[in-house]
Design a protein around this ligand. Structure first.
Ligand code: SF4
Length: 426
């Protein structure tokens, strides 16, 4: 979401005549788009703000500017909240003139509608901002607020524009994609059906959805996911294997409901990638609660687990609860990580020797990276990105499968040689 916000700001500035430079010493104005979801990120942001402010006037944008402006004011006279990024040009001129300004309003911007250059083969398309949750540990809510879904037409137009610019993979993003449309009389399956009816050989990754919102739309969601254009990738952050802790976290589902959702997805498509998030050491988490989390991981064998050690975020309810000792959190995190690594290996082994169609969508420092139909990353070596390849999986390393390319199958996305066409949704 933040990367998409940065692209929108860059595009607005470019239209107003500003140019992006590569090094801070060349800049008239510096912009830091902050994230403060966890304490270590917050510290990194403050360090960056300090360093960048030494090169010239700094605009501090992003979630931290909204939820912790007091930390950024020593380094920046101009602050800008995520829901006010349409003011970036005004902010840039204020900063240039050495003046003060705070753009911290709650606006209902349609962020899908902003024209911008995706810059590579992947296009990030925000579909909504904010959420309907009230998780007691979450500082993001204080920055992004309640749900604002963007119009379906804007989203489809943006995707069509990206496809015409050579994009082959779309990332649909929101704080909770599962609640898309509930405020504007539509929902995620309806949006996905509209997107997958666009012509072209492209792929879509749907971003994180809370288990409770996914449960509410599960039947129609799985129908929509029948489209080969959708990666069979489900990011469902469960956070804990203990119902007691889920209640303390303000999460609106039970462990049993989460398990039934995952089982249903795997029964529908066995290779689906299940990605989840776990927080260990939430205030009040007992050894028994923690073991329930380990048991849950054993039972559902997620392909990807984003593990976090709990750290209180300021201005949240969980920050006022009695905290666990750091040594306990560290030990639990280590134990959980060992199990996660074991599970990852088991899941990856299932792919050995298989013959898969992989979309090469990214260039990394180590070569081209592709994605299987269930969004598993595959290292492809030095092949041209933007194409589908037939690949034999010969190994795995960390999170990656290692693929041997058998043959190139065809160009992904729209045909580059055709003229830019009108979007068929209009
Ligand atoms: S769903 Fe919960 S964790 Fe996610 S952004 Fe909303 S309040 Fe935060």
């Amino acid at each position: 979401m933040n990367r998409s916000d940065s692209q929108i700001m860059e595009s607005l500035l470019k239209k107003a005549g500003w140019t992006r430079v590569d090094r801070p010493e060349e800049a008239d104005v510096l912009i830091l788009n902050t994230c403060n979801v966890k304490k270590p990120t917050e510290q990194r942001m403050l360090h960056r703000a300090k360093v960048l402010s030494e090169y010239g006037p700094l605009i501090a944008a992003g979630c931290m500017a909204k939820s912790q402006p007091e930390l950024l004011r020593p380094y920046s006279k101009v602050l800008m909240a995520p829901r006010s990024i349409d003011s970036i040009v005004e902010a840039a001129f204020l900063a240039l003139e050495g003046k003060e300004g705070e753009f911290l309003e709650w606006k209902r911007l349609d962020k899908a509608s902003y024209d911008r250059d995706p810059a590579n083969l992947i296009g990030i398309v925000p579909i909504a901002e904010g959420c309907l949750g009230s998780c007691t540990y979450c500082i993001t809510k204080l920055a992004r607020g309640g749900l604002t879904s963007f119009p379906k037409e804007s989203i489809i137009d943006r995707i069509w524009d990206f496809l015409n610019r050579g994009v082959v993979e779309i990332w649909l993003t929101a704080e909770d994609t599962g609640v898309y449309g509930w405020d504007i009389g539509t929902d995620l399956p309806d949006l996905l059906d509209g997107i997958t009816s666009l012509k072209g050989e492209f792929r879509i990754r749907v971003g994180m959805m809370t288990p409770n919102s996914a449960l509410r739309i599960a039947d129609r969601l799985l129908d929509s996911f029948e489209s080969p254009k959708l990666y069979k990738f489900f990011h469902l952050p469960v956070q804990s294997g203990s119902n007691r802790i889920l209640r303390l976290m303000g999460r609106d589902y039970t462990v049993e409901e989460f398990i039934s959702l995952v089982k249903r997805i795997r029964e529908w498509y066995e290779d689906s990638t299940i990605s989840t998030d776990i927080i260990v050491g939430f205030p009040g988490e007992t050894e028994d609660d923690f073991h329930r989390t380990l048991k849950l991981l054993e039972e559902i064998e997620p392909d990807v687990v984003n593990l976090s050690r709990f750290g209180p975020r300021p201005k949240t309810k969980a920050a006022s609860l009695p905290q666990l000792p750091a040594s306990v959190i560290k030990r639990r995190s280590k134990v959980a990580m060992e199990l996660i690594e074991e599970i990852k290996e088991r899941r990856n082994e299932r792919f050995l020797g298989r013959d898969l169609v992989v979309l090469a969508s990214e260039i990394t420092p180590k070569g081209t990276q592709g994605r299987t139909p269930s969004y598993k990353p595959v290292a492809l070596g030095q092949v041209e990105p933007g194409y589908f390849y037939e690949v034999i999986i010969e190994g795995f390393k960390g999170n990656y499968l290692l693929g041997r390319v058998v043959r190139r199958l065809g160009r992904a996305g729209l045909n580059f040689n055709v003229q830019v066409e009108e979007c068929p949704s209009r």
